[in-house]
Write a protein that binds this ligand. Structure first.
Ligand code: KG4
Ligand code: ZN
Length: 353
């Protein structure tokens, strides 16, 4: 299966093989980051991203085929991210995937990017269904029960900013580099004093998140101390990260309880963490503690497969093809595409997911 990922600022192509026993192997995994094109703007510029995907995608696909040592006749299908994401980029990947599938006479698979994140643990760890997924990246913050391919129940989401986005905005207002997550984590290591910050949503009966208020409180604390010394920045980063860790632990623990209520005591207890924020050591250790306390196994795929990549797209395509879930060439690109369309709307201002 050839996978194509163009939903945000990574142009990626990968080849994955799925065996009849349900195991998988990555034959090539090419990711061309556009970070340098967007850095000056402190975030991803959709039009720049779409144009860069046009420039980079063909070469990324060729490189993946070369690294896998395969000719196109060896492919059994083409999977491309069809949403959710920036629609200009999605159109580039979907159109390229459809053209290849049509030319080669093989199935096309329109992949939901969130589903690809959700299924990655099957590829990396051979994990079977069901499990609880915490997806935390620059664009998504969700707690989901993964029951099977195509069967998801959303337990929680963010009412405003995604978790990674909150890190990026925190970094920006403290004068740190983009992407902000690694910069904030690094500065937090030098923090000595914690400044009190709010813990939004702590103890609420649904495992939703809200991060806008925390960001505003951080801004106010920063303004009160301006001009900021390096130590001030470190202390603010530490305080922000500790607030996030506490909220994340609380929300995830609640989702674990709901998971066990829904699926019964006999269901496999595993928590999968995916998305760029899963690289954060402090948050990972907080989650490990929660998992241990609730008797859940913690599964964190390797960083390169937690962040956006095309191997996960190819794997989702292979899983779907194995179940006969193919798409036709009319499949649209979708800026929004919830994994659980039946989830009740999370009430709050500026709901994104
Ligand atoms: O999954 P990803 O590579 O791309 C998508 O957003 O889909 O995630 C990138 C996000 C960025 O917001 C980045 O700041 C955040 O993940 N991130 C981190 C860390 N490394 C990356 N957040 C907190 N701590 C980190 N160490
Ligand atoms: Zn993603």
């Amino acid at each position: 299966m050839l996978g194509i990922e163009t939903s945000c600022d990574e142009t990626a192509a990968a080849i994955v093989r799925r065996e009849a026993d349900g195991s998988g192997a990555i034959l090539a995994n090419v990711v061309r980051s556009q970070l340098d094109l967007h850095r000056a703007y402190g975030g991803v510029v959709p039009e720049i991203a779409a144009r860069a995907h046009i420039d980079l995608l063909d070469a990324a696909i060729k490189q993946a085929m070369d690294e896998a040592g395969l000719g196109y006749e060896a492919l059994g299908g083409i999977a491309a991210t069809a949403g959710p994401g920036l629609v200009g980029g999605l159109i580039v990947g979907v159109t390229t995937g459809k053209a290849l599938a049509l030319g080669l006479g093989i199935p096309f698979l329109a992949i939901n990017h969130l589903e690809a994140h959700a299924l990655t643990a099957g590829l990396t760890d051979g994990l079977r269904f069901p499990y609880l997924l915490l997806l935390v990246s620059g664009g998504h913050t969700q707690l989901l029960i993964v029951k099977d391919v195509g069967s998801y129940e959303r337990l929680g989401t963010t009412l405003d900013d995604a978790l990674g986005e909150a890190f990026d905005k925190a970094a920006k207002l403290l004068g740190l580099d983009y992407p902000g997550g690694p910069a904030v984590e690094d500065a937090a290591r030098r923090g000595r004093t914690q400044i009190p910050l709010p813990r939004p949503m702590l103890g609420r009966p649904e495992p939703h998140f809200s991060l806008a208020g925390l960001k505003t409180a951080l801004r106010q604390e920063a303004m009160a101390r301006a001009p900021l010394s390096e130590q001030d920045v470190a202390d603010l980063c530490l305080s922000f990260q500790e607030a996030v860790a506490e909220v994340l632990s609380d929300r995830t623990a609640l989702a674990m309880e709901l998971y066990s209520d829904r699926l019964g005591a006999g269901a496999q207890r595993a928590l999968v963490v995916a998305g760029g924020v899963a690289a954060n050591q402090r948050l990972k250790s907080a989650l490990a503690q929660v998992a241990a306390a609730q008797g859940f196994r913690l599964v964190v795929p390797p960083p390169a497969l937690c962040t956006d990549n095309a191997a996960m797209i190819a794997w989702a395509g292979a899983e779907r093809l194995a179940r006969g879930l193919v798409d036709d060439l009319a499949a649209p690109s979708r800026a929004r595409w919830p994994l659980d369309p039946d989830a009740p709307p999370a009430l709050g201002a500026g709901v994104k997911a």
